[in-house]
Unconditional design. Structure first.
Length: 126
């Protein structure tokens, strides 16, 4: 499966998503805030990034910009409990189907990861 960098500041949500992803066979590295996410992204090779949009001293869009500068194309999924904010509207324009509103169904998130991984693999082969 995928090696996932999960960035979520709320412990209970982070744990719930982490357990669901691990049960689905994914290897999960997690970060609690923007600075930890940046450090983890540079320290570990990941296949996909799942990040909350609101991260305190940084946000999910800034993290997306960092991930986008990577040498390899890494899929990015945004998550938020505040879909009507300016930041969420900006994220929706960039992420389209890769923005999930909390609470969301974990199997749907897992299916999206599988789709992104398959698409990414197909692009590498082509």
């Amino acid at each position: 499966m995928a090696r996932v960098l999960l960035v979520e500041d709320e412990r209970s949500i982070r744990q719930a998503i982490r357990f669901e992803l691990e049960d689905a066979g994914h290897d999960v590295i997690f970060a609690e805030n923007f600075n930890e996410a940046v450090s983890a992204f540079h320290s570990f090779e990941c296949d996909v990034v799942i990040s909350d949009l609101f991260l305190g001293k940084g946000d999910g869009i800034q993290l997306l910009q960092l991930v986008s500068q990577s040498e390899t194309e890494i899929p990015f999924i945004g998550i938020t409990a505040f879909p009507e904010t300016t930041l969420a509207n900006k994220a929706r324009k960039v992420l389209k189907d890769n923005l999930f509103i909390k609470p969301f169904n974990s199997p749907i998130l897992n299916d999206r990861i599988k789709q992104l991984m398959a698409k990414n693999h197909a692009q590498k082969v082509a």
